[in-house]
Design a protein around this ligand. Structure first.
Ligand SMILES: *Cc1c(COP(=O)(O)O)cnc(C)c1O
Length: 352
């Protein structure tokens, strides 16, 4: 038994379990919130151009040109931008660099299930704050002493959105620790808190190119906030991996921010399909939470969610089901192409 050689902390880890990436073809995959439309053709062209002898060179360790493109797009200074290998890595560095203090980190009880995993890895004490009876985050509940506050907006896996006004009220009350807004899904109808970073130096906003920009396979995420917070992340990054973004990812990321038309068109298509699917599921008797994301969270009062997920799976459609308290009767359904949504719906119709 070679586990005797593990570092003590490894015995205790409780790793994140990502949604299934099936090995068989032809499944309708509505389980991991990927974008159903491919990346912009300009992104693919940038990657093709990057496939050359130049790959022998290390990439720019600071990904300066990508940070420049992000800074321009979001109208902030380049010193306010940090980039990483997916926003999961950016979040890991945030937990490591900013949340290890003498009070618990606060986050919602129903939220991104990676947060408690990072807490274990970095030995951060945390306290979960229950969502209200409508599965919404009530920021007034985040007033206890803390080493930081983090929540996704819109929340995952519920899809519920907070307004900037609510977030600003929290920022006014909580000035002694860092507040992180994880905006993985903000481009599907929400308003970004990036506009608040210049007024609230303890605010850090993370985003990803995995969902709205259809680049989950490339792993690009970023954070925007006060240069001193960014510097903390850079210090951790440069103590861990100097080159988190490869040169193809850097070029592709830049190209994505330059193709606004494609970005807007695909987000718009996802949002229209979402609203259509919510109406159709409601027709079938489902209760659907309001969603500002590229997925919806729904339950049927008469049919068990785990059985529905299994029934769908048997007919080649995968959705996500979480065996957690309070949400084990819900299905999280990623918005697909309109054909996929229709196919999903017709199978569901045969099950309920
Ligand atoms: C998908 C997701 C992420 C991670 O995105 P990557 O950039 O692909 O690592 C972070 N937070 C939430 C809430 C997500 O749903």
């Amino acid at each position: 038994d070679m586990s005797q050689f593990w570092s003590p902390i490894v015995h205790d880890l409780d790793p994140y379990v990502p949604g299934e990436q099936p090995k068989v073809a032809n499944l309708v995959k509505l389980n991991t919130n990927e974008n159903p439309y491919g990346p912009s053709p300009k992104v693919l062209e940038a990657i093709r151009l990057g496939v050359s002898d130049q790959l022998r060179l290390y990439p720019d360790p600071n990904a300066t040109k990508l940070k420049q493109a992000i800074a321009e797009y979001h109208q902030v200074d380049i010193q306010q931008v940090f980039v990483g290998n997916g926003s999961d890595e950016v979040l890991a560095h945030i937990f490591h660099a900013l949340f290890q203090h003498n009070a618990p980190l606060l986050f919602p009880d129903i939220s991104y299930s990676f947060y408690p995993v990072y807490c274990k890895l970095y030995q951060i004490d945390f306290q979960t704050v229950p969502l209200d009876k409508n599965f919404a985050i009530n920021l007034e509940d985040y007033s206890t002493k803390n080493s930081g506050i983090i929540f996704p907006n819109p929340n995952a896996p519920t899809g519920c959105l907070l307004t900037l006004k609510d977030i600003e009220l929290l920022l006014k009350r909580n000035t002694e620790s860092v507040i992180v807004v994880d905006e993985a899904y903000i481009d599907f109808g929400g308003e970004s808190a990036i506009s608040l970073v210049n007024n609230y130096p303890n605010l850090l906003v993370t985003q990803t190119l995995s969902k709205s920009r259809s680049l989950a396979g490339l792993r690009i995420g970023f954070a925007i906030g006060h240069p001193d917070l960014i510097e903390a992340l850079v210090r951790v990054k440069d103590s861990f991996n100097s080159y988190p973004l490869d040169s193809l990812a850097i070029s592709a990321g830049i190209a994505s921010f330059k193709d606004q038309t494609y970005f807007e068109q695909t987000c718009q298509k996802v949002m229209s399909s979402r609203d259509w699917l919510i109406a159709e599921l409601t027709e079938l008797g489902f209760e659907v939470l309001p969603s500002a994301a590229n997925f919806i969270f729904a339950k049927h009062p008469q049919f068990d969610a785990a059985e529905l997920a299994l029934g769908l799976r048997e007919q080649g459609v995968i959705v996500r089901h979480f065996k957690y308290d309070r949400i084990d009767q819900f299905l999280r359904i990623t918005i697909g192409t309109q054909e996929e949504n229709q196919h999903f719906l017709s199978i569901l119709d045969s099950l309920v």
